[in-house]
Ligand binder design. Structure first.
Ligand code: GLA
Length: 383
């Protein structure tokens, strides 16, 4: 049975009535462009064939019950009492949506929901955005309301920022909403325009989970503050600069002397990443996958040395990758400090590549990486 049918069936068996709505929203991989979204830069990402499915219906009161069937856990709360987020609890992503919708004049009735997800948690594949966007589509349906997709993305972001405490950008929600099978998502976080760019033919995306769990909140926020410090210093000489997006590599180099060395390296990463994304789009359009792959490796090197959001295990995975037959490029995906790596490889060699990568990683670190081939998928939808 597919997941949509199984959440629908689980809803009926838990609540004794049919679900009013079933939704799906995918996780994502960040393919090129790290920590650029909140600097008004550009990113290439992909929505993947791992997703969160939700079946939901109204409850008869203001009481809500949300059951996660894949993890056999559930949460009960009232739509009227949502002002006390519990630290680290997945239900914050659901409660936060209700609060954000209320602030936009949309009142969600008490509801029942069953969810099931195949997106690995806290790994860098945006399990939280998949949950938010799938649940948001369901709640909008129950509230008989609709919103522009950009506003939906902002609601998900607001949940993370205000209800969970991570000052993340819009990348994860944009990717989950605007994914397209066989395509990358190219997002511009200044204009908020998105377009889909075909994935290069004959390539596959391999994902290797380092099995180092990442907890984004503190370090992520610290990196964001360093970007803000760089921006403030650079603006003093040049008030036209609105975001790190407006700073060229040459301009940044010229300002090296006035920046704290750590702040300089953080900004160097972001400015470099935006340059690499633009070069990456041109490489894809020219059919030059080797050049695209090199940019992925350069991005990883910059995470390791400039942004310091890699870790020893991710460095090991990408160093092994560089030596394997079939590799085009490999890098960390997402916020960093552990989690997953994304590898662009020759499709014919992808299975073997994954096996050898896992074997060598186990030998060098003693850790059993989960390695899978991922496919690009369509964005969030009501089924
Ligand atoms: C996390 C955040 C995104 C983005 C990436 C890094 O996934 O949620 O907004 O900043 O990290 O590129």
């Amino acid at each position: 049975m597919d997941r949509a049918a199984s959440v629908r069936q689980a809803f009926t068996s838990v609540f004794g009535t049919g679900a009013a709505v079933v939704t799906r929203a995918p996780g994502r991989l960040e393919v090129l462009g790290n920590h650029t979204d909140y600097n008004e830069g550009t990113v290439l990402s992909v929505a993947v064939d791992r997703a969160t499915w939700v079946a939901a219906g109204p409850s008869a009161s203001d009481r809500c019950r949300v059951v996660d069937v894949a993890n056999a856990t559930e949460r009960v709360f009232r739509v009227t009492e949502l002002d006390h987020p519990e630290k680290g609890d997945w239900a914050n992503y659901v409660k936060g949506l209700v609060v954000e919708l209320a602030e936009r004049g949309i009142s969600v009735p008490g509801f029942h929901a069953v969810l099931s997800s195949t997106v690995p948690m806290s790994a860098g594949m945006s399990s939280s955005a998949a949950l938010e966007m799938s649940m948001l589509l369901a709640l909008l349906r129950l509230a008989r309301a609709s919103l522009d997709w950009r506003e939906m993305a902002r609601i998900g972001q607001a949940c993370e920022n205000r209800y969970v405490g991570a000052r993340t950008g819009l990348l994860d929600q944009f990717s989950s909403l605007r994914g397209k099978a066989e395509h990358l998502v190219y997002s511009d976080f200044r204009s908020l325009d998105v377009r889909n760019v075909p994935l290069p033919a004959g390539t596959a995306l391999v994902v290797a989970n380092s099995m180092v769990r990442h907890n984004l909140t503190n370090e992520y926020n610290e990196r964001r503050e360093a970007c803000e410090a760089a921006l403030a210093a650079l603006r003093q000489g040049c008030p036209g600069i609105r975001a790190l997006r407006d700073v060229s590599p040459a301009q940044l180099e010229a300002a090296r002397g006035i920046l704290d060395p750590v702040v300089f390296r953080r900004a160097l990463h972001v400015v470099g990443e935006i340059t690499r994304v633009e070069a990456g789009v041109r490489a894809l359009e020219a059919g030059d996958v080797e050049a695209f792959g090199r940019l992925m490796f350069e991005s990883q090197a910059s995470s390791t040395h400039n942004f310091e959001n890699s870790c020893a295990e991710i460095d090991t995975l990408t160093a092994i990758a560089a030596e394997l037959p079939g590799v085009l490029g490999a890098r960390i995906s997402g916020g960093g400090f552990g989690g997953i790596t994304v590898h662009l490889v020759d499709a014919g060699q992808a299975e073997r590549y994954g096996d050898v990568l896992a074997q060598r990683y186990a030998r060098e670190t003693g850790l059993a990486a989960e390695v899978t081939v991922c496919h690009a998928a369509d964005g969030a939808e009501v089924l």
